[in-house]
Design a protein around this ligand. Structure first.
Ligand code: SAM
Length: 258
């Protein structure tokens, strides 16, 4: 049940306005889970200094809304598949977008990857506290390694990354993880024609393509966001992802990265 103090989502935007703007309404159980996630984030943040986005609009808009808006078609699609959707959040940090998506998609399985152990331990504890433990798997490792694991490569319906690296670098992390019909979702802030050109150049060797770029203004004047969606155009060549650190040092599509 949503608490009385929780009914105001944020500094200026009511919870009702927030969901109306999002175009998706959580169940009372999901809303309560999102409130508990905020409590958990506060708890772990006081110990580990994970993020500054924990209170008011910072949490409800810049974390929850921002994690969910590109996935609203998925959240509102009552698909008939008996198989749980497999999603992976690469560079999950303090658990976003992954934990918000795990709450919003109760049929899905989430794999959360980050190379920083203390962050992932906190994320694991948060997932357990929310009762998500059986639907959330954690990998403390570099994404370049995840893309080479037998249980990582080619296994996911959706691969997500927010605020991890430049788009060409993130594309090299995410594309090898996808099933043939899977989608990679890159959460971006600003997005220019030059960014798209760089990404398209990086997608060529990965045998992937840009299928959509959606734009959204966050409520409460929180700025403009872009959701860039990629899909495989063929099997990703086995040389990708390259060794740990190489994608970031020599991004695909640049002179140094070919
Ligand atoms: N996605 C979260 C968010 O939006 O709040 C965290 C963003 S934080 C700025 C970037 C995170 O990506 C860090 O926790 C970092 O450890 C992780 N990261 C960066 N490169 C990575 C890589 N190659 N493999 C795994 N994790 C990586």
């Amino acid at each position: 049940m949503a608490s009385a103090t929780g009914s105001r989502a944020a500094d200026g935007v009511s919870r009702g306005q927030l969901w109306a703007a999002l175009g998706w309404q959580p169940s009372s159980v999901q809303e309560e889970q999102l409130e508990r996630l905020q409590e958990q984030l506060r708890h772990w943040n006081s110990r580990l200094n994970l993020t500054r986005l924990v209170d008011g609009d910072d949490y409800w808009i810049a974390q929850v809304f921002d994690s969910l808006w590109p996935l609203v078609p998925l959240l509102t699609n009552r698909g008939s598949s008996s198989e749980p959707l497999q999603l992976i959040d690469v560079g999950t940090g303090c658990g976003f977008p992954g934990l918000a998506v795990a709450v919003a998609l109760p049929q899905a399985h989430l794999t959360l990857v980050d190379s920083v152990g203390r962050k992932l331990e906190a994320v694991g504890a948060m997932a357990e506290a929310l009762g998500l433990g059986d639907r959330v798997t954690l990998h403390c490792e570099r994404a370049e390694r995840t893309g080479r694991r037998p249980d990582g490569r080619g296994r996911f319906d959706w691969a997500l990354a927010r605020a991890v690296a430049s788009a060409p670098v993130v594309a090299e992390y995410l594309i090898p993880l996808l099933k043939p019909e899977g989608m990679a979702l890159l959460y971006r802030g600003q997005w220019t024609a030059a960014d798209r050109q760089d990404l398209e150049r990086a997608c060529k060797p990965l045998l992937a393509r840009v299928v959509a770029v959606d734009q959204r203004h966050l409520p409460g004047g929180r700025g403009c966001r872009h959701a860039v969606v990629l899909s495989p155009a063929g099997p990703c060549p086995g040389v990708y992802p390259r060794a740990v650190g190489v994608p970031a040092r020599q991004p695909l599509g640049t002179r140094s990265g070919r």
